[in-house]
Write a protein that binds this ligand. Structure first.
Ligand SMILES: *[C@@H]1O[C@H](CO)[C@@H](O)[C@H](O)[C@H]1NC(C)=O
Ligand SMILES: *[C@@H]1O[C@H](CO)[C@@H](O)[C@H](O)[C@H]1NC(C)=O
Ligand SMILES: *[C@@H]1O[C@H](CO)[C@@H](O)[C@H](O)[C@H]1NC(C)=O
Ligand SMILES: *[C@@H]1O[C@H](CO)[C@@H](O)[C@H](O)[C@H]1NC(C)=O
Length: 372
């Protein structure tokens, strides 16, 4: 969409920034947030001259240590506990996105993964049971790469795990946080997981020392994304990949159900953590590295223009909206070789209350965003 004259584009971008700044000034730590937003708008030129791959160039093959594991030991009842630190872990992983990758290939390389995307170590009894929850719609291309890297990484960590895709039925605006509420409830209904990883489909972990295990407090695992120059964009950031125990999750009444469209819900979740009397833990910058698969803003996931208004009210709303009010209808449940696919109808936004000005800015910000 190049129809708009570039002078106007910058004016609209400027208006967009103004809006963001006004909203942020009322929140703590605005200086850090400012530099984060400035970085986003400079992203295109900033990343050009840099080595985007970072550790990727030196990282190892994520499948390297798995070849000697075999089915031979499986079904043993008296297996010893796995060691506290897995001997299969080896650090940075080389991440690239070859165009010819297929799900069949991923399946072939992960022979010990069983129906529904489940795994348990063949030669020891796992100390941790982790469910991966991935909100999803029309991103099969990204999912393929995530599965290619995530399955072997979790096996290297000697976890017992399962991968759940929560697929939003229909074409209505995407609602990431509500899908995670669904994922939590459905996964816990099926098995007694002791940790849940809420995982964006387009983020690939680049280091297997980033263990998919919960901490004593909610953990934000995606601390260093290539998109933000491998730094934390701002202190309260809780987006991308996070890990909570069932107890953490219930303590903060899960995630909000009313963030339709892109943005805001991750900050709301971060605020909920502290309102519930907990704090955010993180792995080190060296270890919590993720590479984002590049893409345009999805259809049906426009920027949510109301996000700042809603965020300002989290303190009043968190107990009234969350896990306790998540309503949905399960449409189908498929156990596929590499993941469990749960399709749900999560309904639509109840109150449509977008003022003319908000709508106008929304379109402009959105355009600026997809032009990045
Ligand atoms: C990127 O990394 C490669 C290999 O480490 C190096 O040869 C090259 O000079 C780097 N390029 C930049 C722009 O830093
Ligand atoms: C795992 O791989 C690393 C190198 O990538 C190697 O140094 C280590 O010995 C391997 N461990 C096992 C148990 O195979
Ligand atoms: C959703 O959109 C796709 C094309 O973008 C269309 O093929 C499909 O029929 C739509 N589904 C519904 C339920 O409207
Ligand atoms: C999940 O199941 C739904 C309903 O059968 C299907 O439309 C969708 O493509 C599936 N998604 C994935 C990622 O398998």
């Amino acid at each position: 969409m190049v129809s708009i004259h570039s002078k106007w584009r910058y004016i609209f971008m400027f208006l967009g920034i103004q809006l963001v700044v006004m909203a942020l000034l009322s929140r703590e730590g605005y200086q850090k947030r400012m530099s984060y937003f400035i970085r986003i708008f400079r992203k295109t030129d900033a990343t050009l001259g840099r080595n985007h791959t970072g550790a990727g160039l030196t990282g190892g093959d994520v499948y390297a240590n798995l070849s000697h594991l075999s089915k031979a030991h499986i079904h043993g009842d008296d297996l010893p506990y796995c060691p506290k630190t897995s001997p299969l872990i080896s650090g940075p992983i080389h991440v690239s996105f070859p165009s010819g990758l297929t799900l069949e290939e991923v399946q072939r390389r992960n022979p010990l993964v069983v129906r529904g995307g489940r795994y348990r170590p063949p030669n020891c009894d796992a100390r941790h049971r982790t469910a991966i929850i991935i909100p999803h719609r029309h991103r099969e291309h990204h999912l393929k790469f995530l599965l290619y890297y995530l399955h072997p990484l979790l096996q290297r960590q000697q976890l017992q795990y399962g991968i759940y895709i929560i697929h939003q039925a229909g074409n209505y605006t995407f609602n990431r946080a509500k899908l995670m509420n669904v994922g939590f409830r459905e996964a816990m209904r099926e098995e007694d997981w002791d940790c849940l990883f809420f995982h964006d489909v387009d983020l690939i972990p680049e280091d297997d020392r980033n263990t998919y295990v919960c901490d004593s407090n909610p953990k934000h695992a995606a601390i260093a994304m290539d998109k933000f120059g491998y730094k934390l964009p701002y202190k309260m950031y809780f987006g991308g990949v996070s890990a909570l125990t069932p107890l953490h999750y219930l303590k903060m009444n899960g995630f909000p159900n009313n963030y339709w469209g892109w943005g805001g819900e991750d900050d709301d979740i971060g605020v909920r953590v502290s309102l519930a009397g907990m704090y955010i833990t993180r792995p080190s910058l060296k270890v919590g590295r993720y590479k984002m698969i590049k893409h345009k803003l999805d259809k049906g996931n426009d920027v949510n223009p109301k996000r700042f208004n809603m965020l300002a009210k989290t303190r009043q709303t968190w107990k009234l909206d969350g896990m306790n009010t998540a309503e949905y209808e399960t449409i189908s449940w498929q156990y596929l070789p590499l993941y469990t696919n749960i399709t749900v109808n999560i309904g639509t936004e109840e109150v449509q209350h977008v003022t003319v000005v908000e709508d106008f800015l929304h379109q402009k910000i959105n355009r600026a965003h997809s032009d990045e």
